[in-house]
Design a protein around this ligand. Structure first.
Ligand code: ADP
Ligand code: MG
Length: 210
């Protein structure tokens, strides 16, 4: 994997969140303020633009650029959270031109650590962490077990889907949804949902640029 994998990942996220914008808006309207779809679209549109005008940076630097762009374009919680996640992930890769499955695990582990650091959410709080943490765990298990990166990322995406579905019966204890108390129960978390799209996009990118 190389810079093209990262560019393709960000493009696929942009395509996915545009296609799912209304869905994400509806989910956020139920337990938040209804801006998650527009936040993600605004952010990743800007990321794709920033990457388009980049002149050949290595993958880690592209992730840092993407993260910085999210922080500066998205006002909601998801901007700084995904922004710092991508920046931390990018720092893992330094200036290297290529990366392997083990390094991808470290990128995503650093991204998760950064989300948890900044947002102080744990699994069960009904946030993006509920999808991202099991994805990173399964990714590591599969790569350690000798699976191809493509297989490992597909398994990670499935784990994220499981985590997303598991947010439905939970009561939110972090973010805007927590203001609703028990009324947040019975709704799927928007951030966990977009996290699944981000993992699906990674799956696609790894297939296109292994
Ligand atoms: P805002 O809540 O500021 O309107 P968004 O609607 O874009 O921002 O994002 C909402 C999503 O952000 C939630 O569904 C949740 O998954 C995630 N989120 C909110 N607060 C936190 C937190 N402290 N830690 C992790 N994720 C969080
Ligand atoms: Mg919102």
């Amino acid at each position: 994997m190389d810079a093209a994998t990262i560019t393709s990942w960000m493009r696929e996220i942009d395509i996915a969140v545009r296609a799912e914008r209304d869905h994400l808006v509806q989910l956020d309207a139920a337990i938040g303020d209804g801006d998650h779809g527009t936040n993600m679209v605004r952010g990743f549109e800007a990321v794709v633009q920033a990457l388009d005008s980049d002149g050949g940076s290595p993958p880690g630097k592209l992730l840092i650029l993407a993260g910085r762009t999210l922080v500066s374009t998205v006002g909601g919680a998801s901007g700084p959270l995904w922004g710092s996640a991508l920046r931390s992930g990018g720092r893992v890769l330094g200036d290297q031109a290529t990366f392997d499955g083990m390094e991808l695990v470290e990128v995503l582990a650093a991204a998760l650590a950064s989300v948890k650091d900044l947002g102080t959410a744990a699994v069960g709080d009904k946030t993006m962490v509920d999808a991202l943490e099991p994805a990173v765990r399964v990714l590591r298990e599969r790569v350690d077990g000798g699976a191809s990166t493509e297989e490992a990322v597909a398994a990670a995406r499935e784990a994220a889907e499981g985590g997303m579905q598991a947010t439905v019966p939970l009561q939110a204890s972090k973010g805007r949804a927590s203001y609703l108390g028990e009324r947040s129960i019975g709704h799927q978390d928007p951030g966990a949902t977009s996290t699944v799209f981000i993992l699906r996009a990674l799956e696609q990118a790894v297939k296109e640029h292994p």
